[in-house]
Design a protein around this ligand. Structure first.
Ligand SMILES: [Zn+2]
Ligand SMILES: [Zn+2]
Length: 281
């Protein structure tokens, strides 16, 4: 960068210092500032080599101060290979959790990027309820990285977001799950990943009745609250397809399981689940 560029950058930082979205602290973008990311060049073919923690830090450094960034915890083994829950003990190998043995899931596997607490919980709150829609890009890229790291090429043919009821959609103005996957074709191109076979559709699954928010309900109430809520508009798009269901948070899995049931009843080959965050019991 030339001298005028340097002067401009210093002036800009002095006049408009970066303020952390979560704690409100002003911080220096300085060294950990990743210019390539800001220009949208972060997604390249090397992206698969990074750990989720590194990816989070790179993508979020223009939104969060270093201390808040450090509050992100990615999901790592040992996990349950079915529902993806991360075990408290950091020792040993992956094994099926008690809950998946007692109540087998209808989806094949569920995976998530990070633990739903502290930083990720706050970031999702700003994204969904405080109008910080610009977070859709880093969060969508983060989720895309998790997709490429957890699924083989061509393993998934159809991606569908968990739908909102039209009443909630109108109130919020967007479906957060769809915003996270909307630009995956673009990210795939940037990362030089073949995605042509993949169909991203928000018009396949819909909600046929209004439900109370699942937040605060017991596991049993969540299951009955969500039962038979979803339907498929056109089964011909689903038959014999390997489907990936996407949502922002996996809490008890009741919603994901109910969506999987609906998709399987319409002839889907199998249903997998990917969320940005995972609540740890
Ligand atoms: Zn902060
Ligand atoms: Zn499990």
């Amino acid at each position: 960068m030339n001298i005028w560029g340097d002067i401009f950058t210093s002036l800009k930082e002095a006049l408009f210092p970066t303020r952390c979205l979560i704690c409100g602290t002003f911080y220096d973008l300085g060294e950990h500032h990743d210019k390539d990311h800001c220009e949208g060049k972060f997604m390249d073919a090397t992206v698969l080599m990074y750990s989720p923690n590194d990816i989070f830090q790179k993508l979020m450094n223009t939104f969060l101060c270093p201390a808040c960034t450090a509050g992100f915890a990615n999901i790592e083994s040992p996990i349950c290979p079915v529902c993806g829950i991360m075990f408290e003990s950091r020792e040993g190998e992956d094994h099926i959790c008690g809950e998946c043995i007692l109540a087998p899931k209808r989806f094949r596997i569920a995976r998530a990027v990070g633990v739903y607490d502290r930083t990720l919980m706050a970031v999702l709150h700003y994204f969904k309820y405080k109008g910080k829609i610009q977070l859709a890009r880093p969060l969508g890229q983060l989720l895309f990285c998790a997709f490429t790291q957890n699924w083989k090429e061509k393993e998934i043919e159809l991606i569908v977001p968990v739908p909102l009821h039209t009443k909630r959609l109108r109130k919020r103005g967007f479906n957060q799950a769809f915003l996270l996957i909307r630009n995956w074709a673009l990210y795939a191109e940037m990362a030089d990943i073949e995605l042509d076979h993949l169909n991203i559709r928000r018009d396949i699954l819909s909600r046929n009745r209004w439900t109370e928010p699942q937040t605060g309900l017991s596991r049993y109430r969540r299951m009955s609250n969500i039962k038979n809520v979803f339907n498929i508009k056109d089964s011909s798009k689903v038959i014999e397809k390997s489907v990936l269901l996407v949502d922002d948070v996996y809490t008890t899995g009741a919603t994901a399981d109910e969506c999987a049931k609906t998709l399987l009843q319409s002839g889907a080959k199998h249903v997998d689940v990917l969320t940005l965050a995972r609540a740890i019991r």
